[in-house]
Design a protein around this ligand. Structure first.
Ligand code: SF4
Length: 485
């Protein structure tokens, strides 16, 4: 399903959307089916993608698979656990960016190759996928999907080298961009994080084996103990008994996407050793410190704005209220595009609490503004509920540049801050104040040096040279500051 369609799985869309959540589990006991653990892990990662879900398990040298469009609960039934037997498994929840949401792009992707059956789940975006796909087709490969994940599978299958680990590492040499992978191959569970570490991946231990997942919340739900984060440029191979680590590439910098801390990850996750919850509170604190605030109450835009608003309200010494009530039971909704013009999409999910807002000067805390359309509707909703003044505080800097690493902000002209000043955005939103956190403030809140995170959508400093695809053809990304490292 494509965002252009009228079905909409997330009615609050005016923010960057994540690409995927992945998990892999292996048990040393061949009779220990891991499917239920993968299902639970995906449940804890559902926020990372709601368009499709899939699980593949390895049993008797064969891969069982079930996948489909929709939320995890609509794709799987209890009966699937009996079919998906096996002591190794991987799972995937997807928000489609590269490749459409058609069912052939739903992951995991499986294939038979010289090493037996292989299954792969991928989070990220390969920036040279078009070039690689063309080269593969030129060599006679039959490509089944438009997703860049299938390319990884082909590259491994085409290696002359018959050592699985070496074949995978040689394939990774040709790939550029963001890729975090969990994979079943050769009867092993394999986890890979790209050399920049754009997307998170952590390693945990269960009673009978190991687990790797996008976030620690997936470890918590299955009772796995956190071991460590997978390092950027590391491949981990688990056979159930032991874990082997291969550091395949070192870079001069890391580039974990800072939006993991701002919005993507769940607040109860620990990403690269740092609590998302604590970072968000500090972001609120920094935002309050750098702003002039004249308000009676602070309200968050739920959900991701909540933790930030706690820090903001404490620092500003202003009461925190719930001014917007979120309906948590919204799944896929069919609405006609005209209804969207009337703001119905926002109203389905959020309703103002008039008693909290009426006659008040309100400071609204949100995590980001992409196009500005949803923010404008939320502001109108707050004013219609009787707010006297509305001041807006955003815990990410203005998004001025597109993302090429798996987040759906790849078209520059859709980003309101790419062409407008903060003052003109303020007028468009019809707020009394509009303030954004700075890159320095954000970096201080995360507590990591600037060159350990990706901030490219705020400053155009792309960690990996990328090529922008435009409707007019290929546009080399020289208009941005590409850092050759
Ligand atoms: S460009 Fe922005 S959204 Fe994309 S990886 Fe970098 S920080 Fe994240």
């Amino acid at each position: 399903m494509n965002k252009k369609d009228n079905f909409d799985s997330d009615v609050i869309m005016d923010r960057p959307e994540e690409a995927c959540g992945i998990i892999g589990v292996i048990s040393r006991d061949k009779r220990d089916d891991v499917c239920e653990r993968i299902y639970l892990g995906l449940y804890a990662l559902q926020h990372r993608g709601q368009e499709s879900a899939g699980i593949a398990t390895y049993h008797d040298e064969f891969v069982n698979i079930k996948r489909g469009n929709g939320l995890l609960t609509s794709v799987f039934t209890p009966g699937d656990f009996k079919i998906l037997e096996g002591n190794i498994g991987i799972g995937h929840v997807r928000y489609s960016t590269t490749g459409s949401g058609y069912v052939q792009n739903v992951q995991p992707i499986i294939a038979r190759f010289w090493g037996g059956m292989m299954a792969i789940s991928h989070n990220g975006n390969i920036v040279n996928s078009k070039e690689l796909r063309n080269a593969l087709i030129e060599n006679g490969a039959i490509i089944h999907s438009s997703s860049d994940t299938e390319i990884i599978l082909h590259l491994i299958a085409q290696q002359k080298e018959r050592c699985l680990e070496k074949a995978i590492l040689s394939s990774l040499d040709r790939i550029s961009g963001a890729y975090t992978i969990v994979q079943i191959a050769g009867g092993k569970l394999i986890g890979i994080r790209d050399p920049y570490g754009f997307r998170p991946l952590c390693l945990g231990r269960t009673v009978n084996g190991y687990v790797m997942a996008s976030e620690t919340t997936a470890l918590d739900i299955i009772g796995a103990a956190f071991v460590r984060d997978v390092y950027p440029g590391e491949m981990i191979v688990c056979d159930g008994n032991e874990v082997k680590s291969y550091r395949f590439k070192e870079t001069q910098r890391n580039a974990l996407c800072v939006f993991e801390y701002i919005y993507f990850a769940r607040a109860d996750s620990i990403i690269d050793g740092i609590s998302v919850y604590e970072v968000r509170k500090k972001m609120g604190k920094e935002l309050a410190r750098m702003s002039k605030i004249s308000a009676d109450i602070v309200i968050p835009v739920p959900d991701s704005g909540i933790t930030t608003a706690i820090g903001f309200a404490r620092e500003a010494n202003i009461p925190l209220e719930i001014g917007l009530f979120k309906n948590s039971y919204v799944g896929r909704t069919f609405i006609d595009p005209g209804a969207d013009d009337r703001g119905s999409r926002v109203k389905i999910k959020l309703n103002p609490i008039k008693n909290a807002l009426n006659g008040k000067k309100v400071a609204v805390v949100d995590d980001s503004i992409v196009r500005g359309t949803t923010s404008k509707r939320i502001i109108k909703m707050i004013r219609d509920a009787g707010a006297e003044e509305v001041h807006m505080y955003i815990s990410s800097p203005p998004i001025t540049h597109p993302c090429f690493f798996g987040i759906d902000t790849s078209v520059k002209k859709t980003l309101i801050a790419s062409a407008q000043t903060i003052e003109s955005i303020r007028r468009f939103l019809e707020v009394d104040t509009l303030a954004y956190i700075t890159i320095e403030g954000l970096s201080k809140a995360v507590g990591k040096p600037l060159d350990t995170l990706c901030y490219a959508c705020f400053n155009g400093d792309y960690p990996v040279p990328v090529i922008e695809e435009s409707e007019d053809g290929k546009l080399l990304l020289e208009e941005y500051k590409v850092l050759e490292r």
